[in-house]
Design a protein around this ligand. Sequence first.
Ligand SMILES: [Zn+2]
Length: 400
Amino acid sequence: MSAQNAYLVLQGGRVLDPASGLDAVADVVVQDGAIVEVGVNAGAKYPGAQIKDVSGHLVTPGLIDIHTHCYPGLGDFCLPTDLMGVDSGVPVIVDAGTASTTIIELARRAIIDHPDTKTKVLALMDPSQIYLANKTFICHYLRIADDERNIDIESAKQVIDANRDVIVGFKVRPTITTNPDRSPFLDAAHEIAGDLPIMIHLGSFPHTPVLETNKLLYQLREGDIITHACRGGGGQLDDKGEPTKPFIDAYERGVLLDIGHSAGDFHFRTARRMIERGYLPNTISTDLNVFNVDGPVFSLSTTMSKIWALGVPLVDVIKMNTVNAAKAIRRSDLYGELSVGRSAEVSVLRIEEGPVKLSDGHETIEASRRLRAVGCLRGGVWYDAVHDLKGVTAELQEAV
Ligand SMILES: [Zn+2]
């Protein structure tokens, strides 16, 4: 860790801060964990500062991945927290519903608040009493995920009130019970959500029935988040591949589209069509878990590269994982921009010229270039992106 009051300068990178519109070769100066100045040659004002030369690289606000599974030891589905976080150049990650109301406190003690966790972790909590994401879908095959006795609104409210510093919303599996038109789990989440967003899983689950997409879309509020938004067969596009009316209405109402790539929940074909029709994703997330880290997801930078490869301008790709992601989890006051006085969450990426192969798990495309994380500052402390850089080898093997 750098000495107290010592200045650190990320020097000479292409600083891309969509919030301020800055896109220039510039320096980012931090001290004591906070950003003190951003600007062209700003580092020259701080003689004696520690210099980190990032010339030739992109420097962005700290990237945020709003859909990960990062509570290793709770079940067998999660990956090591920092692997998806600082070791991939991502200072802030959000767990999307690995755990529910009776389990979240343990996640706090073991992971979120644990001193060994370097990454800033926030949570979208499943509002059920018992939900644990695991490899065999136990809460689905034991039919806990569609048993209304699993809902306890009063205790869920208490858990929210006691943990507002880390719980940024809900992750809901919109399962149905006796009434095919309503999900009691979605209704319960809406009853207690207040101003917190609800992320819903688009698509099905083994063993438990879910609300039909057309019905689901009409029940989402402005600011609620559809994850797996570009999956195939999700019901957002009709038989001709055109966006459905409920989907268009939801989008126009301000429901947010999140990638949530996962092993099989992102299709280039769906994403291409949605982007062509003007329905851009709001956020790019990975849904990283044990089933997809060795491909096709690998890392957030790989996932961002796929959206970039579909023709979305780089500044918009960066915006999706900074400004937009911070806004989606209602943390714009803390994250998403390089503002003086804020905690120093800063990502550094490099552009690798291709051609490179990128796979969604169904289709492989050839992109002319890709992003890869070099490292990040988390609270002003530098971490090399050791996981993302290791991916160079894995992806080359995959492409062979
Ligand atoms: Zn997930």
